[in-house]
Design a protein around this ligand. Structure first.
Ligand SMILES: Nc1nc2c(ncn2[C@@H]2O[C@H](COP(=O)(O)OP(=O)(O)OP(=O)(O)O)[C@@H](O)[C@H]2O)c(=O)[nH]1
Ligand SMILES: [Mg+2]
Length: 413
C-alpha cells in the first residue's frame, strides 16, 4: 500500500527589525538561498517589501522581507508613515494571515532605540502581534569566540541573555521561550538545516498555539497607527502650520486697513484650505486640535475687522450728515432770523407809530431775541447730540480694535 502523503502546511513569516539588523540575511537562511539582497554597509539596503518562498519538511514557507524601521534614507517625520504603509503591504502578501513576525536584532546592538522600534511595531500591529513574535538574534558565528575572549568559553546563549541588563534583558524577559541565536554565515549543512528547522517549527507552534495574525487585527490597529504617525509629525506640523497662521494674521491686518470683497473671499479660502489640511493631517486623533482652534480664532477675527469697517462707514455717514443738517439748519434759522427781524421791524415801526417810543423799542428787542435764542439753543443741542453719537461710535470702534489686537497678539505670541 502506498504511504499517505503528509499534507503541506502553508506558513507566512514577516521579517522585522531596525535597518541593518540582519532581516534579509535571516530570510535567506530560512529560504536556504540568497534571494534577498544583504547590505554591506550601514545604509538601508532593502527598499521595498517583497516575498519569496521555499519548501521545507512538510511546509510551504513564504518569507516577506521588509525595509528596516528607522530607514537611513527617510526624512524625519516620514519613518512611521512609511513603516505603516510597508507593514500593510507585508500583511497583504500573507493572504491567509501571518504565522510569525520574526524580529531580528544583532546581539550587542539592542539599544533603547531598538526598543522604541518594537514599541512602534506594537502600535502598527496592535497587541496581538506579540502572540506571534519570534526574536532572532544574529551573529551566532561570533558568540562562542566572544565568550572565550571574555573568559567564559562554553557559556550557553540563554545563560548569557539572563546576565544582560537594559532593553535587551527586558525583551528577553518578555519572549525568552521564543529567543533564537542564529548564524547567517553558517557553512555546515547540518547546522544550517538545524537552525532553519528551529525557526520554521517555532512559527508553526505559535500558529497552533495562538492562531494566525490576520489583516482584521491590522485594520483594528488603525487608530494606534494614526496616532503614531501624527505624533512623529507633530513638531514639523506645528512649525509649518504656525508659519501659515502667521501669514493669515498678516492678511488679516491688511484687511483691517482696507477690505474688498475679493480680498475677503481670498482670505476665507486660505482659512478653509488650512482647516482642511489640518483635518487631514490630524487623522482623527485630535492631536492637532489646538492648531485648529488658532485657525478658527483668526477666522473669527475677520468678523471683528468687518465690524470696524462698518463702524468707520457709519462715522463717515454721521459726519456727512452732521454737515448737511447743519447747513440746512443754519439756512432755515438764518431765514427765520431775517424774517423775524423784518417782522419785528415792521411791528416795531407800527408800535413806534402807534405807541410811545419805549414800548416800540422793547417790542423790537424781544422780537429779535426770539429767533436768535432759538438758533443758538438748536445749534447747541444738535452739536451736543452728534458729538455724543460720534464719541459713542468711536468707543465701540476702540473696543473692537483692542479685541482684535489682543487676539492677534495671542495668535502670533
Ligand atoms: N557575522 C554575521 N553577520 C551577519 C549575520 N547576519 C547578518 N549579518 C550581516 O549584517 C549585515 C546586514 O544584514 P542585512 O540582512 O542586509 O540587514 P537588513 O536588516 O536586511 O538591512 P536593511 O535591508 O538595510 O534594512 C550584512 O552585512 C550581513 O551579512 C550573522 O549572523 N553573522
Ligand atoms: Mg534587508
Amino acid at each position: 500500500m502506498a504511504a499517505k502523503l503528509e499534507e503541506e502546511v502553508e506558513l507566512c513569516l514577516i521579517m522585522l527589525g531596525k535597518t541593518g539588523a540582519g532581516k534579509s540575511a535571516t530570510g535567506n537562511t530560512i529560504l536556504d538561498q540568497r534571494l534577498f539582497n544583504e547590505s554591506s554597509n550601514a545604509s538601508s539596503e532593502t527598499k521595498v517589501v517583497s516575498s519569496k518562498f521555499t519548501r521545507f519538511d512538510n511546509f510551504i514557507v513564504k518569507v516577506v522581507d521588509c525595509p528596516g524601521l528607522m530607514d537611513t534614507d527617510l526624512k524625519s517625520g516620514e519613518d512611521k508613515e512609511k513603516a505603516v504603509e510597508n507593514m500593510g503591504k507585508a500583511i497583504g502578501m500573507c493572504n491567509g494571515g501571518v504565522d510569525a513576525f520574526i524580529v531580528v536584532t544583532k546581539r550587542d546592538q539592542f539599544t533603547a532605540e531598538n526598543q522604541k522600534s518594537l514599541d512602534a511595531l506594537k502600535s502598527i500591529f496592535g497587541d496581538k502581534y506579540c502572540d506571534n513574535l519570534i526574536v532572532v538574534v544574529v551573529g551566532g558565528d561570533t558568540f562562542q569566540g566572544d565568550m572565550e575572549y571574555e573568559g567564559c568559553g562554553g557559556k550557553d546563549f540563554h545563560t548569557w541573555c539572563r546576565e544582560q541588563t537594559g532593553p535587551f534583558r527586558k525583551l528577553y524577559d518578555d519572549f525568552n521561550d521564543r529567543f533564537l541565536l542564529i548564524n547567517n554565515r553558517e557553512k555546515d549543512p547540518d547546522k544550517k538545516l538545524k537552525q532553519r528547522r528551529e525557526i520554521i517549527h517555532m512559527a508553526n507552534s505559535l500558529k497552533k498555539l495562538n492562531g494566525k495574525y490576520t489583516s482584521t487585527y491590522f485594520k483594528k490597529a488603525k487608530a494606534l497607527q494614526d496616532k503614531l504617525i501624527v505624533e512623529e509629525n507633530l513638531p514639523f506640523l506645528n512649525e509649518t502650520i504656525q508659519e501659515r497662521l502667521g501669514l493669515l494674521t498678516k492678511d488679516l491686518l491688511n484687511l483691517k486697513k482696507s477690505m474688498s470683497g475679493s480680498d475677503r473671499d481670498k482670505f476665507l479660502q486660505k482659512v478653509d484650505d488650512l482647516k482642511k489640511e489640518i483635518r487631514e493631517k490630524d487623522r482623527g486623533t485630535g492631536l492637532l486640535n489646538k492648531l485648529m482652534e488658532k485657525v478658527k480664532s483668526v477666522e473669527s477675527a475677520l468678523d471683528d475687522v468687518e465690524k470696524t469697517h462698518t463702524l468707520a462707514r457709519k462715522i463717515e455717514q454721521l459726519r456727512k450728515g452732521e454737515a448737511g443738517w447743519s447747513n440746512v439748519f443754519k439756512r432755515s434759522t438764518g431765514l427765520a432770523v431775517v424774517s423775524g427781524i423784518t417782522a419785528g421791524a415792521a411791528i416795531t415801526g407800527l408800535a413806534v407809530a402807534a405807541s410811545p417810543l419805549v414800548l416800540g423799542a422793547a417790542a423790537a428787542g424781544y422780537l429779535i431775541s426770539v429767533p436768535t435764542y432759538a438758533f443758538n439753543t438748536c445749534e447747541a443741542m444738535f452739536s451736543y447730540k452728534k458729538k455724543q453719537a460720534i464719541s459713542e461710535e468711536k468707543k465701540q470702534i476702540q473696543a473692537v480694535k483692542e479685541a482684535i489686537e489682543s487676539k492677534v497678539k495671542k495668535q502670533t505670541g
